[in-house]
Design a protein around this ligand. Structure first.
Ligand SMILES: [Zn+2]
Length: 117
């Protein structure tokens, strides 16, 4: 993944949030990143850190990352599988041998933004 581009899009979203809500500054941002999103959290944090010097909007902003496990569901029996790591993912249901659908773990979302008025 291109963490630099993701960091830039986060900054763009934060600019909109800041403007729309008339915030003086953004104090804290919580991000939800799925373990199957392909995003390397360290690289993303590094990219955000690098943007800090040129983007006022994230000056002094702290970022908290919540990593979500991978969840998959069987289409036939609705059994839910949960994996803590990509390497554990088995795409076939134990019970019926059907392929599983990934229902969680691929996402990257901004959960909430804490600002100062
Ligand atoms: Zn099944």
């Amino acid at each position: 993944m291109h963490e630099g581009a993701i960091a830039e899009s986060i900054v763009d979203i934060l600019k909109q949030v800041k403007e729309r809500n008339g915030l003086k500054r953004i104090v804290k941002v919580r991000l939800k990143i799925g373990k199957m999103s392909g995003i390397m959290i360290d690289a993303l944090m590094f990219a955000l850190e690098a943007l800090r010097t040129e983007e006022d909007v994230i000056f002094g902003t702290s970022f908290e990352v919540i990593e979500t496990n991978i969840r998959a569901k069987c289409n036939l029996c609705d059994r839910i599988y949960e994996y803590k790591d990509v390497s554990e993912v088995v795409m076939i249901c134990d019970q019926c041998g059907m392929p599983l659908d990934i229902i969680e773990g691929k996402e990257m979302e901004i959960i909430d933004v804490e600002g100062e008025l």
